[in-house]
Write a protein that binds this ligand. Sequence first.
Ligand code: MN
Length: 374
Amino acid sequence: MSKIWANSGDSHLVEPADLFTSSLPASLAARMPRSEKDADGQWETVHVDGQAIRRKMPRGTLTDADGRTVDDRAPGANDMKLRFVDLDAEGIWAELVYPSIGIWMSSIQDPDLLAAGCRAINDWAFEYQRFSPRYVCTATIPLLSVDTAVAEIHRVADMGFKAAYLSVAPPLGVDDWHYDLWEPMWSALAETGLVIAFHIGTEPHDATTSHGAYFRGPGGALINYTETTYGGQRAVTKMIASGVFDRHPSLKAIVSEGGATWGPFVADRLDEAYRQHGSAVRPKLGRLPSEYLYENVYASFQHDRSAVAAVSAMGWQNVLWGSDYPHLEGTFGHTQETLHGLFDGVAPEVRKRVTVGAFAELFPHVPPAPADEA
Ligand code: MN
């Protein structure tokens, strides 16, 4: 089997357990997310700023002798050098890399505490990008206030970050993405050129539900997994409809891990509404809503069988493959089989666009991926 090289629009870092205790004053570190595993290793309690959230441990995570969470399937996940062994074996060149602990940050309700935590995560994550341009790290943006968000955007852009991770919805109690509150943040992102990186499944934690679990009962696992994908679609719909891309045409946003064929679907729905409900539409937009989706919005997928057709049959060029390394939903251990399954028989220009081209367009500073190997 020939080796296909691909960039990944969706990967993750695994933060060390001492990240906050080694970088923040003890009084702040004590309030940051930390995990306590049950003796049987099946469940954990995540403590965040006085809250305790119980969850079943994802399969494939272990705790080492020092109490750090390690991934027994992907040992390279915890080490910036060892990680290349996995990436090279899998045929993954560059990665857009999200934090792992970031999803718990949404449970913090103190803006200054959140800002301090984000600075600590970002300073740590940037060491990966400093080590190699193959790591395109997303900076976690503190979203409890627009002022802390704007300040961190400028700080991380000055450091050299190229992407800003936003949860698909703002924290509870804060105006949603389509409200004017966020205009200074969109301006700061446009000014700095940071790519907006939404990752699915990052809605703020609501104390009435466990994280990401919306439904119980028969089929719950399937329903909930599917449900996690809609948040990314909602986020970009809000940006398009409220005119964010109209005001900031250079802004780019990627939705990672949520499939791809939703893009043309949402574009059609928005255009239909814009035409058929025109009298109720405000603000008016400079162009059809679909044009912003087709030009400003990108999406990454891992296994989805229909995703390549979003490019080849529906004409949306902004589709990236993603490994989701080292997560359970990802392709680690079977990346080449996945890539061949997706791309064998697909036109070379479509394959190149999805495996490397769209990523290179978003992150032109990254050295090009090696040529595919016979
Ligand atoms: Mn992911």
